[in-house]
Write a protein that binds this ligand. Structure first.
Ligand SMILES: Cc1cc2nc3c(=O)[nH]c(=O)nc-3n(C[C@H](O)[C@H](O)[C@H](O)COP(=O)(O)OP(=O)(O)OC[C@H]3O[C@@H](n4cnc5c(N)ncnc54)[C@H](O)[C@@H]3O)c2cc1C
Length: 56
């Protein structure tokens, strides 16, 4: 992909839960995609999503 593709075509879609499935991984990170930093950030975001979902 060239520069700007993910930001212009809606990278939010990559992070949107599908039913009870919550998507994490460095490719879904807001910053530092492709790096450990992004992987850890996405894991924290996913965990928060699941906790929020379980609390209703
Ligand atoms: C050679 C190399 C060097 C790197 N060096 C650095 C570095 O110096 N610094 C840095 O910040 N980043 C580095 N990275 C990038 C970093 O390793 C990744 O960004 C990070 O590991 C991504 O973590 P992740 O959890 O998103 O994905 P992954 O670590 O890829 O984890 C995904 C997991 O899902 C599993 N999986 C896949 N499909 C399925 C399935 N269908 N069912 C069940 N499990 C499945 C895989 O086996 C894997 O264990 C490097 C990457 C490589 C390849």
């Amino acid at each position: 992909m060239g520069p700007g593709v993910l930001t212009s075509l809606g990278s939010d879609v990559l992070r949107a839960p599908v039913g009870n499935i919550h998507l994490v991984g460095t490719g879904t990170a807001v910053v530092w995609k492709g790096y450990m930093d992004g992987a850890v950030r996405s894991g924290q975001r996913g965990a928060e999503e699941v906790i929020t979902s379980l609390r209703g």
